[in-house]
Write a protein that binds this ligand. Structure first.
Ligand SMILES: Cc1ncc(COP(=O)(O)O)c(C=O)c1O
Length: 436
């Protein structure tokens, strides 16, 4: 039995069945450098998923490693009962980068906790437990985060601390807005929002929570201005707006530092996690002080903002800014998109290639339709692995390949990855053809 097979067997014995593993023969990644990772059996892969958009600046980056090494030799954890210098410094930077005036920052250890905290802040500020969420969204695994997650395969429970009403997202490929031009789609979504508020709520809704680009949902990208039109309606009712930037933050979309900036909106709160820590467990909420400060009772996240995660996050953020990785995400993302559009034009099971910066989705369909083809996506994932390439999978039906390498990926490495991906895609297309 291989080392991987042995570990997979032990994993299945002690880890919950619902913690999914990629691949028929799961792999253990043991080391990495830049965009490359090596598994326990010595195979190397080009990583085009970055630990789910989390390894933002790459593996083994000297500045990051040094910051973590130095901080871990001095003080790993003290708790927020004491002053933490890197936490304050990081909060100052994120407050300014958020573009929200006089913003305050609360640190936690994951995206789910960030979403939970943001929802509680809005509900407390508005004295209401009514929340608006978007179909096909993903916001995490805590009770409240699952409650605003509009994707059945990530919703293990219907119990919810909130009263949630659902609006349509900006999907122009499937659903009720399929095939609409941008303007009609935006107008339709604003009408839907108003109708949902009027018909399913008591009016005094706390907030809308939405991802600027639906990540787990398959990199579904609404037209620019979409959330601006929605905020117009929200403002009439005094409803707060939370932009969940767990996947879209830190310049990954290329054109903007935050996903919300494509929409002409002013969020009240932003949630963040993933890419900020380059793999360290850190998340948080940044937003208007009047909303963040709305708790009248004490609240603490014991690990939130600890010296180690904030020192590592500071090093990551400085690296992103010093090396202008947002620009790199824009340029390399366009390059990958262009090559994919050309390389997949003659592959019938590719329904759509879409993306912003380094969030790129390849939507696999039954040829000639928009019907999802999830088994093809599973086969492409396996074939890519055989080509030495790691990619992700998402979408409501699990039919979208997700490509999101570290934001530091070079043009040459991107070309290499695209070539591997196209080879995997072609082999699956030849094998599975137009089968369902
Ligand atoms: C948009 C969004 N929000 C929240 C989360 C939850 O983050 P975490 O898994 O760190 O709890 C995720 C995770 O994928 C996410 O994509």
């Amino acid at each position: 039995m291989s080392e991987h097979a042995k570990l997979a067997e032990r994993h299945r014995r002690v880890v919950p069945a619902w913690v999914g593993l990629y691949y028929e023969e799961p792999i253990e990644l043991v080391s990495g450098k830049d965009c490359w990772v090596v598994d326990r059996e010595g195979n190397s892969y080009l990583d085009f998923f970055g630990g789910i958009l989390t390894t933002s600046i790459g593996y083994g980056v000297d500045e990051f490693v040094e910051a973590v090494r130095t901080q871990s030799s001095q003080m790993v954890h003290s708790s927020t009962l004491y002053l933490i210098r890197p936490m304050v410094e990081l909060a100052e930077k994120i407050s300014e980068l958020s573009c929200i005036p006089d913003a305050k920052v609360f640190f936690v250890s994951s995206g789910s906790e960030a979403v939970d905290a943001a929802l509680m802040m809005c509900c407390t500020a508005r004295r209401s437990n009514q929340v608006l969420a978007v179909r096909n969204s993903y916001h995490g695994r805590s009770f409240a985060a699952v409650g605003v997650t509009g994707n059945r395969s990530w919703s293990p429970s219907s119990l919810d601390p909130l009263s949630v009403s659902w609006i349509h997202g900006g999907d122009s490929l499937r659903g009720i807005f399929a095939g609409m031009d941008d303007r009609s789609l935006i107008e339709g979504a604003a009408r839907d929002l108003r109708e949902v508020i009027e018909t399913t709520t008591a009016g005094d809704v706390a907030c809308l929570i939405a991802e600027p680009i639906q990540g787990v949902g398959g990199f579904v990208i609404p037209p620019d201005g979409f959330f601006g039109a929605l905020q117009h309606v929200l403002a009439e009712y005094g409803i707060l707006y939370v932009s969940d930037e767990v996947q879209t933050g830190w310049g990954r979309t290329g054109e903007h530092f935050w996903g919300y900036q494509a929409h002409g909106v002013e969020p009240d709160l932003l949630t963040f996690a993933k890419g900020l820590g380059n793999g360290l467990a850190i998340g948080g909420v940044v937003g208007r002080a009047s909303v963040v400060d709305s708790f009248a009772a004490n609240s603490i996240s014991t690990f939130g903002g600890n010296p180690l995660s904030t020192a590592g996050a500071l090093a990551t953020l400085d690296y992103i800014l010093d090396h202008d990785l947002q620009r790199n995400a824009l340029e390399v993302g366009r390059r990958i998109l262009g090559q994919l559009a050309e390389g997949t034009a003659s592959i019938p099971m590719v329904g759509e290639v879409r993306g912003r910066g380094l969030m790129i989705g390849v939507d696999l369909v039954v040829a000639g339709t928009t019907d999802p083809f999830p088994s093809a996506a599973g086969a492409v994932l396996e074939a890519a692995r055989r080509e030495g390439l790691l990619v992700g999978k998402g979408g409501l039906h699990g039919n979208v390949i997700r490509i999101s390498p570290p934001m530091s990926v070079s043009a040459a490495t991107a070309d290499d990855g695209v070539a591997r991906f196209l080879s995997a895609l072609r082999s699956v297309s030849e094998r599975m053809g137009e089968r369902r």
